[in-house]
Design a protein around this ligand. Structure first.
Ligand SMILES: [Zn+2]
Length: 711
């Protein structure tokens, strides 16, 4: 293999902007295995070197261990990052296969580095002399040590064997849990053939149901004449519960949905035993690692200090949301009564979304499709960039043609210091790619921000400026009509741009703590949700929302509807999240096999003051709570609300100074840039927040924004 950089294949270049067209499926299969072999060899020689230094009893320096580790990780991140990126935005069967074939080796390399005993001892040794390190280095080192400890690297002998065996079993149980939810979801269908059984359903849903029937072999099925096949997956379940006028069918579907994978009627798909086993094993793992319970393990790596801090926050939200949720339920009953529905006197869980939709239509008919002409992408970008310039003093300009692209839809932009930065004005800070449109078949759905290049210093001392990928999935332009966005798509763009700003405006030069790196996961949604708030700011929204043909501004009453929709059923929505978060937290902090209660009994106890309609007997929601039993959210579900408190409170700082007090808004915006957007993972998120807000976070703003206070 050649060692000269000039002849390196593009996929292994490891620095600079990738030339995407050279990263082919063939290049992946040809060069990634060699890269991993090389990294493994480099890791082994690093381990040997460290072993030697440790054996001689010499002190270790940052450059001996952290820098080489970072460089190893960065080589993999650069190469594999481009491959994963293309796999998401330019998928093809060949690329998917090439990606899948290397995935396991990539994960394995990460595991090997993360579980290396020698590296762990080297980090511990470095930690003993941490007085010589600056604050950022200390935080990077402590996070690395903690992550390794949580992988069990500090254990030895039979304890480590037991830990590894339990980790293995937990991974299998999670997979089985998820599969059983999937099988139970897919295993239930309801065939509808009479027109009165589909009364009220929108045509988009009828299309879906007829298509499902055709896929099940009823080749004659049409949206108009049926038959229609209903299922429990969200795209069919959610709109059916919202629109079906047949209460008996809603009840049947609801009961089937909430009892999925709970072994009812002798079904083999029964997640109850798995739940107890998973919780028991997690408790044992926590004690092996020196913690009291799994919630402590989860919180060790988060901004929230303790389960009591999380409980306190959830209680504040609960107290605010509960009476509002009760009023909302009363409003649904009243709405049912106005429509002469018999269920008005006895509203059940399967009536709630149906009557909420009716009430929404009665109170304000917001037609999200009709707003599209007011949000052409070029105008929305102008509005977003103008806001960023106003708040953060930066200039964003098109730089099309200056970087290789992966598709002709993609645009390239540059961020510079703005004109009021004195001598620094015009200095380049970062750049980003924007890939806005959906491309069914080759681009993954959803929206995301990802890192292309991370801020750092190259070996020769040059600054490497951050580059972001911003990916959305909105409708493409048609002919002369630009991409016309829904309001939700505008919010999504602002959200992802918030992540991008934290990545791009970082001033931290150690990549392990630059931008979003090293930021605790319950704090990482702060900048993104913060940016969403501006979509509801009158000046920002009405400044950019103009009809793409007539230039007319968004009508005032449409703006009012958007505001109303934001808090509609807000008490119920908040209470629901509090219920889930509290169930998750207490199952991992209080439940033990001998606590005298089943997990379900604990959930029912929590439900007494976190639901306004008690769960029905069949309700076995825990059996499909995949976030915590099949995903990574165990004792972390609260993070959704935690981050919302931070982002709402951060926006509250702008409300406090007055949203039309231009001078104060600029000053507050600059402070947000110099704290939240600059400091990344270099500082404890509580300190970052306090540096911006002058105090610790308060839930007041979120409670107000969610419509949970009387005005
Ligand atoms: Zn996000």
């Amino acid at each position: 293999m050649s060692s000269s950089t000039a002849s390196l294949p593009e996929i292994l270049r490891g620095e600079g902007l990738p030339v995407f067209e050279s990263i082919t499926p063939t290049a992946v299969s040809e060069h990634i295995p060699a890269l991993i072999r090389e990294l493994e060899a480099d890791l082994s020689s690093l381990e040997q070197r460290l072993e030697q230094i440790l054996g001689q009893g010499q002190g270790l320096a940052w450059q001996d261990v952290m820098d080489p580790l970072q460089r190893l990780g960065e080589r993999l991140r650069w190469s594999w990052g481009v491959v994963s990126h293309l796999n998401g935005v330019c998928n093809s069967p060949e690329l998917r296969d090439a990606h899948a074939a290397q995935q396991a080796a990539v994960v394995q390399f990460g595991n090997r580095a993360g579980q290396s005993q020698v590296i762990y001892r080297a980090l511990e040794s470095l930690h003993q002399q941490s007085a010589q390190l600056d604050g950022t280095q200390q935080r990077i080192l402590e996070a690395e040590l903690r992550d390794m400890q949580l992988r069990g690297v500090g254990l030895s002998g039979s304890e480590q064997e037991a830990f590894n065996a339990a980790s293995q079993e937990l991974a299998e149980l999670s997979t089985r849990f998820g599969n059983q939810v999937l099988d139970a979801t897919n295993g239930w269908t309801l065939r509808l053939s009479e027109p009165d059984e589909v009364q009220g359903l929108p045509s988009s849903l009828l299309d879906q149901l007829a298509q499902a029937a055709r896929q099940a072999g009823e080749v004659e099925a049409t949206a108009e004449n049926g038959p229609w096949l209903l299922g429990l997956d969200m795209p069919r379940y959610a709109p059916f519960m919202k629109y079906s006028q047949r209460r008996d069918l809603r009840e049947r579907v609801y009961r089937a949905h909430v009892s999925r994978a709970s072994g009812i009627e002798g079904s083999e798909l029964n997640n109850w035993p798995l739940i107890e086993r998973i919780l028991t094993l997690r408790g044992e793992q926590a004690r092996r690692l020196g913690y009291g319970n799994w919630a402590e393990v989860s919180l060790a790596a988060k901004m929230a200090d303790s389960d009591s801090a999380v409980e306190a926050l959830l209680e504040e939200l609960r107290v605010a949301a509960y009476p509002v949720a009760q009023q909302e339920l009363a409003a649904l009953r009243a709405c049912a009564a106005r429509h002469d529905a018999p269920e008005a006197s006895d509203l059940r869980p399967w009536d709630v979304t149906f009557w909420a939709e009716k009430l929404r239509q009665d109170s304000f008919e917001l037609d999200s499709e009709a707003l599209r002409p007011y949000f052409p992408l070029p105008r929305v970008l102008d509005g977003l960039f103008a806001l960023c310039s106003r708040l953060f003093g930066i200039t964003i300009e098109a730089a099309d043609g200056e970087a290789p692209l992966w598709h002709s839809d993609v645009r390239y932009f540059r961020i510079l210091e703005g004109p009021d930065a004195g001598a620094a004005a015009g200095q380049p800070l970062a750049s980003f790619y924007l890939d806005p449109y959906s491309r069914p078949g080759s681009k993954r759905g959803g929206a995301w921000m990802d890192e292309c290049l991370v801020r750092s210093r190259a070996a020769d001392g040059r600054a490497v400026l951050p580059v972001a990928y911003l990916i959305c999935n909105q409708s493409p332009p048609v002919g002369d009509t630009p991409s016309l966005m829904t309001f939700e798509e505008v919010e999504t763009l602002f959200h992802e741009f918030g992540h991008g700003l934290q990545h791009m405006l970082t001033t931290v030069e150690r990549p392990q703590a630059a931008g979003i790196n090293g930021v605790e996961w319950d704090a990482v949604e702060l900048p993104s949700q913060f940016m969403e708030n501006w979509c509801y700011d009158r000046a920002t929204l009405l400044g950019m929302a103009r009809h793409w043909q007539s230039g007319e501004p968004l009508p005032e009453q449409e703006f009012a509807k958007l505001q109303a929709a934001r808090t509609f059923m807000g008490g119920s929505a908040t209470l629901r999240q509090v219920h889930f978060a509290l169930v998750d937290l207490r199952l991992h902090s209080r439940w033990t096999p001998d606590c005298g209660m089943s997990p379900e009994q604990l959930r029912r106890e929590i439900a007494t003051n976190t639901t306004v309609l008690a769960p029905i007997d069949d309700d076995a929601f825990l059996c499909s709570f995949g976030h915590i039993f099949a995903g990574g959210y165990a004792a972390g579900y609260y993070s959704y609300k935690w981050a919302e408190v931070l982002s709402a409170d951060a926006f509250g700082a702008f409300e406090d100074v007055g949203l039309n007090n231009e001078e104060q808004i600029r000053e507050t915006g600059r402070r947000f840039r110099n704290t939240v957007l600059s400091l990344g993972g270099s500082l404890d998120p509580k300190q970052v927040f306090e540096a911006f807000r002058g105090r610790q976070p308060s839930s007041e703003a979120l409670i107000r924004h969610s419509g949970l206070v009387a005005v």
